[in-house]
Design a protein around this ligand. Structure first.
Ligand code: PLP
Length: 409
């Protein structure tokens, strides 16, 4: 008799985004004339830059002729893209030791984050921040590493609470109590970042404990502050204890295109239980070659166009518009006297109003009083209760209108 993976039976319904959508639908049905502004959107709204479209058109034409046709590509990604990433995202930013060979192209960061657990032992303990991007937790539940769910927490996951008291930055756990740490900077949902000195402490922790950091820098393009690292590999020693996951989604509007990459340095070495050396690079390569046939040629051509002068300019322009919106939201919420994080070096703004309202009560209040949608913080973890998340991904016009309504309500 076939037996399914019982871990799926442990997973609670993922209700956050469907519940948000349902409540908006119901509100719309009762208030058909309401001009609702979506400040909850986690998707980009601007179209792809012209140079990317052109590159993809050309790639489509390549597929039409025998001489330029591309069938299966390398599982690791095409060198035209890996070389550009190594040059522009690492070498030109002073990170000389990351080479094209360390870079694996994928169909997006979510896939890599979900799949990276294939490299972990069964009985290890992972640490996540709370609030957290839910994929880190749920993928470990599916892999059978999370334990039992009780009162919103998994028994074998270590939660590092990010609260107003610690500036929404996780504190280092005690030595020896976790083997994998998921870090995300700029953070989704809180919008916080980490300075070089703070990140160095995490690298030192991982080196001291022979732990592994999974560093999600899907939002690195939003960083403008000097002392905020864009890559964990700016920190000395990280090449011995960290994997970095990146995405073209929010950087370049690729949410519907699907392309990202993961950096697994060759220097990342641990031990199998029989004492033999385990190269995570070789293991990830083996994993990808077994389970993945590479990202689409056309999409990779589009991604490579991001690194041309026109591509870089177009991206900087779009990211700048989203950042302007996030900044506008941040300032308006601060002016109301709310507790606010993010909106600097991040498209996300995380906030709490005075009083003891729950996230869902605040969500309803904003929807009814101002016709503005948000994402309830409680959906990202227990420590998110009482908070809401806004994003800068709507248009400038809608963001300005939302701010007017917030100011008046
Ligand atoms: N990591 C974080 C923190 C995210 O917020 C998201 C998407 O919202 C992703 C990864 C997934 O990115 P991708 O679209 O490349 O799968």
């Amino acid at each position: 008799m076939f037996r399914p993976n019982d871990n799926f039976n442990l997973l609670p319904e993922s209700y956050l985004f469907s519940e948000v959508a349902k409540r908006i639908r119901e509100f719309r049905a009762d208030h058909p004339d309401a001009d609702i502004i979506r400040m909850d959107i986690g998707d980009v709204s601007l179209p792809l830059p012209e140079c990317i479209i052109k590159a993809m058109h050309k790639a489509v034409d390549d597929q039409a002729s025998q001489a330029t046709f591309h069938g299966y590509g390398p599982e690791q990604g095409y060198s035209f893209l890996r070389d550009s990433i190594a040059e522009w995202d690492y070498n030109k930013r002073g990170i000389a030791h990351i080479t094209a060979d360390d870079i694996f192209i994928s169909d997006g960061a979510k896939s890599d984050i979900g799949n990276i657990g294939d490299l972990f032992g069964k009985n290890i303990r992972v640490a996540v921040t709370d609030p957290v991007y839910p994929v880190y937790v749920d993928s470990n539940v599916i892999d059978g590493r999370a334990g039992i769910l009780s009162d919103g927490r998994w028994s074998n996951i270590l939660y590092l609470e990010c609260t107003a008291e610690n500036g929404f930055r996780p504190l280092l756990p005690a030595d020896g109590i976790c083997e994998v740490i998921y870090l995300c900077f700029p953070n989704n949902p809180t919008g916080t970042t980490s300075t070089k000195d703070e990140l160095r402490k995490w690298v030192e922790y991982a080196l001291r404990n022979e732990a592994l950091i999974i560093y999600d820098s899907a939002y690195e393009a939003y960083i403008t502050s000097d002392n905020v690292p864009r890559s964990i590999f700016e920190i000395e020693g990280a090449e011995h204890c960290a994997i970095e996951v990146r995405s073209f989604s929010k950087t370049a509007g690729f949410t519907g295109m699907r392309c990202g990459y993961t950096v697994v340095p060759r220097t990342l070495k641990y031990r199998f239980s029989d004492g033999k050396t385990a190269s995570l690079h070789d293991m990830w390569n083996r994993r990808q070659c077994t389970k993945f046939n590479g990202a689409s040629y056309i999409v990779q051509r589009g991604a490579a166009a991001l690194y041309t002068p026109e591509g870089r300019e177009a991206i900087a322009h779009n990211v700048g518009l989203y950042m302007k919106n996030a900044h506008t939201l941040r300032e308006a919420l601060l002016a109301k006297g709310y507790i606010v994080a993010g909106g600097v070096d991040s498209p996300y703004v995380w906030f709490k109003t005075p009083g003891c309202k729950t996230s869902w009560q605040l969500f309803e209040q904003l929807l009814h009083d101002a016709h503005i949608t948000s994402t309830p913080g409680a959906g990202f973890g227990k420590a998110g209760e009482g908070y809401l998340r806004f994003t800068g991904f709507n248009s400038e016009e809608n963001t300005i209108e939302a701010v007017k309504r917030i100011t008046n309500c």
